[in-house]
Design a protein. Structure first.
Lengths: 281, 294
């Protein structure tokens, strides 16, 4: 262990405080805005802490009174959950067999690299034909249509993560099960998938976060409460029709809660997923 | 099982994924190529074949070059800042101090915050009349009068870059920290015995361990920054006076706001090509970095 001088230790602590402030200040301010009365947020000089803490906006946004701001918000919240959930399940259903096949049969690996390379494509390169296609199928402004489009992002990403997960499971275990007379699907079900459960869970969470975060396609392909997702609803709020900044902040806090909770709980797995997939290549 | 039948089985297992990828990526991409040679509108006419007119008009137009330069500025400055801040934060988080575990945990928060929420948050912070930035700077005496950070061409892009960096440098920091923790203690100790100063130690002992993971982060972040749409759309919509109109915003406007599907498609393909060139250049660089470490 190297010894550190007192001035050095003080310097490190000062830097740590600064970093903590940089990370936390915007987030704390988002929360403070959500609980400050509107008058406090437009006061000059600005009040940094509300005179009276006011949680009422959370009630407003989560109420389901017809035609209220709450009803629109709740509808978009449900749409986000439904679209992200469907897209995640579909992406895993496609990615698990494909990732396992590539992991065990390197000869077909080049097709995976083609799938992964689609990550480079800017969504704008696909947007116009997807718009025509969805419109043709009657799937514009529809949660199924949007979930289908989200597979363009989720499926390559989950296949990539899952492939490195399956790579880490020794083939010998599968071979041993097959020697004992288990068929391919029995082997996968009894041996491989349980061993891959952690990486499948991480991939699912990643996929869900990606879909939850998506904005561009949702902006293009949804237009009202039937399919509009949370990101579009918040961009609408921020776009200027609302004069109460606290309400916008409250919507932001609510939209951020699920991914932030997932991030905090899954931190270790998320980071190793991000780094291992990329480093192993 | 023989090699051929294993390959057949692998293809069968990949078939659903490949079929869906062809349907939602392959076909639209081919269709975009077709559209780019027509004057199709988003609504109404299917359009006539116009050859390479769209491409000629796009490349010779001033909008494209200006957007390209805006995009390059955004990507280069924000990714560079994210890398530098990320590595500095990682070096800090690798030191010993009280609350280290908590601070490491907090780093995930900006990354987890949805991009649109981040953009909305910073839009509120930059608000010209009631924003926290104006209030804070005037209250501590750094600013005489409130400014419209996102409303003036001189500050709009820089303000966007700050918001983007805040969200993304913590992820770089966490990736770099994971790499730092893989540096064997013996090596740093040995370099200390050998009398290496802090900078020499960073350059020759620590940096080689960081290079690989950082290159990956650099590639992914640059490609993402080059495709940037969400944060700009929510914060400025490409304004003021088109000073933050990046390529993706330009394509969106052309294809969807002005409904010129054909010319929007040609523009989108040019952007795709630029990203592909960038990615290929990086791939070569990554291979070189990996080779020199081996």
């Amino acid at each position: 262990m190297e010894r550190k001088s007192v001035p050095f230790s003080l310097f490190i602590h000062a830097c740590a405080l600064l970093l903590a402030a940089v990370i936390l200040a915007p987030l704390v301010w988002l929360f403070v805005m959500s609980i400050s009365p509107a008058a406090d947020l437009t006061a000059k000089p600005l009040r940094w802490w509300p005179q009276a803490v006011d949680f009422s906006r959370y009630g407003v946004l989560l109420s389901s009174i017809e035609n209220s701001a709450g009803a629109a918000f709740v509808a978009s919240l449900i749409n986000s959950i439904v679209v992200a959930g469907m897209a995640t399940i579909a992406a895993l259903a496609l990615a698990v067999p494909a990732a396992w096949a590539v992991s065990r049969t390197p000869a077909v690996g080049w097709s995976l690299y083609m799938v992964i390379a689609t990550y480079m494509l800017p969504p704008v390169a696909l947007a116009v034909p997807l718009y025509f296609g969805l419109s043709h199928l009657g799937l514009l402004n529809n949660v199924f249509g949007l979930a289908l489009v989200y597979l363009t992002i989720l499926a390559p990403f989950t296949t990539w993560l899952l492939k490195s997960g399956f790579d880490a499971i020794p083939r010998e275990i599968e071979a041993a099960a097959m020697m004992d007379g288990a068929g391919l699907f029995a082997t996968l079900r009894i041996i491989t998938l349980p061993l891959a459960a952690p990486v499948m869970a991480t991939s699912a969470l990643f996929a869900f976060l990606l879909a939850w975060d998506e904005f561009f396609y949702a902006l293009l392909f949804t237009s009202d409460l039937r399919a509009k997702t949370l990101t579009v609803a918040i961009a609408d709020l921020a776009g200027g029709r609302v004069s109460d900044y606290g309400l916008i902040a409250t919507a932001g806090v609510l939209a951020a809660l699920p991914p932030v909770a997932i991030g905090l709980v899954m931190q270790r797995a998320l980071i190793s997923g991000l780094t291992s997939g990329g480093v192993k290549g | 099982m023989s090699g051929t039948s294993m390959t057949t089985r692998a293809w069968l297992l990949m078939l659903p994924l490949l079929a869906v990828m062809v349907a939602v990526i392959g076909w639209p991409l081919v269709d975009t190529v077709g559209l780019s040679f027509t004057d199709a509108r988003l609504v109404g006419t299917a359009g006539n074949f116009v050859g390479i007119d769209n491409y000629v008009k796009t490349i010779s137009g001033s909008n494209f070059l200006r957007s390209l330069s805006t995009t390059a500025q955004f990507a280069i400055i924000s990714v560079f800042a994210e890398m530098v801040l990320g590595v500095l934060a990682a070096l800090l988080l690798n030191q010993q101090f009280y609350g280290r575990t908590v601070l490491r945990g907090l780093m995930i928060l900006p990354w987890a915050l949805p991009t649109v929420v981040n953009a909305t948050l910073w839009r509120l912070i930059y608000n010209p009349e009631y924003g926290a930035l104006n209030a804070a700077l005037t209250q501590i005496g750094l600013l005489d009068a409130y400014r419209s950070w996102l409303g003036e061409p001189a500050t709009a892009l820089a303000s966007l870059i700050v918001a983007d960096c805040w969200k993304n440098f913590p992820l770089v920091a966490l990736i770099a920290l994971a790499a730092l923790q893989a540096v064997p203690r013996d090596i740093t100790a040995a370099s200390l015995v050998d009398g290496a100063g802090p900078f020499a130690r960073f350059r020759f002992v620590i940096l080689p361990y960081l290079a690989g993971p950082l290159m990956v982060a650099l590639v992914l972040r640059t490609i993402e920054a080059f495709k940037v749409f969400d944060i700009i759309w929510v914060m400025t919509r490409g304004g003021p006076a088109n000073s933050t109109r990046t390529l993706s915003i330009l394509v969106y406007q052309e294809a969807f706001s002005f409904q010129r599907a054909g010319s929007g498609a040609s523009l989108a393909l040019i952007v795709t090509l630029l990203v592909a060139v960038l990615a290929a250049a990086y791939a070569a660089l990554v291979r070189k970095t990996a080779g020199s470490n081996a």
